[in-house]
Design a protein around this ligand. Sequence first.
Ligand code: F6P
Length: 398
Amino acid sequence: MIDGTAGVSGRRDADEALLDSPEALAEHDPGGMLRHTASAGAQVRESAALAAEANLAVLADDGRPRAVVIAGIGTAGRTGDVLATVAGPRCPVPVIAHRSAGVPGWVGAADVVIAVSASGRSPEALGAAEAAHRRGARLVAVGAPDSQLQSVAERARAPFIPVPRRAPARASLWALTVPVLLAARSLGLVKVNEADLAETAARLDADADRCRPAAESFVNPAKSLALGLAGSVPIVWGSSPLATVAARRFGDTLSANARYPVVTGALGEAGRGRVGLLDGVFGGLAEGERDIFADPSEDDGEGTRLRLVLLRDGGLNAEDDTDEPLAVEERRADAVQTLAERRGVRCDVVTAEGGSALERLASLIAVPDFASIYLALAHGLDPMAVPAITEMKELSNQ
Ligand SMILES: O=P(O)(O)OC[C@H]1O[C@](O)(CO)[C@@H](O)[C@@H]1O
């Protein structure tokens, strides 16, 4: 066990046995991150109901906007990426995830700003909501009830969708995302329907059940993914734009929950540069020098290796509806698996399932979300309390 000087504690080596002890899991997860994460399906249903109570129809009064800006940071910012990918390449207006305070300089009365903040007080979302109001843009706000964000929305007479507070924000991805999608639906930009929402919620419930703490590692896809990643430098690549959103989300949760450094991105882009990592000191080079007779327990970090997680879109998109022909994405995904195999870099593959884009995205996010928590727990880390985030806020006075 290491006890750092800044409230950091945990163990360097992952304790595999801990994952199969419900008592130990509960002890290391006092804030209930596993429980919060298992509520993803319920979040979809609850948020859909709360959005139905907000008067989102007013958004359509002024017709189709010139652009939609989703303003927020961290998990709230990811909702903009989700909207962009669900809206897809055929979306008639630009969908922009904006992660710094205020709004882009060009935003004006013809545009819509969706300000998102789980706490309802991030400077990024608040600054954007105020700027949108000042410039006469249509505004929608999504976040904690009775928050500063709600006050700004009320002052601007803008729809506000309350999202019950669940700390930390990263455990609220689905609660924050659904209102954003439904606001965009009111504007005629996405086709998410009630059946899509119900099926997505059911998929998240089913995955939460497969990943439940009582399911042992050999039948629990999240525990086995976590144990595979333990001690490695993970690389998470998505085969399509949709899978890339899931890859980036896995980067968020691996960093914040498990505190692992991680490389994430789109496989198309990675194939022109970052794929070189597979040849490097943590990739093929390390594997080439590995002493196959060495005792793995004496591996003192020197043998840190890459572990590739490939998120594949499942090949369900009609070719004319995607950024790139499906066959190209599929060939590239096969190719990177071959490359990894040739270099002895282990690769986990998660393949999307489901009919709608939203359900497919959910199927790529659910298991990795749980895996990031199990990886934290295997290292004796509380996945909820992240001293560095708190300290960063204190030091930067935010
Ligand atoms: O959604 P909020 O409350 O605006 O927070 C933004 C981000 O800031 C954090 O709270 C960290 O400071 C993240 O957990 C979160 O995603």
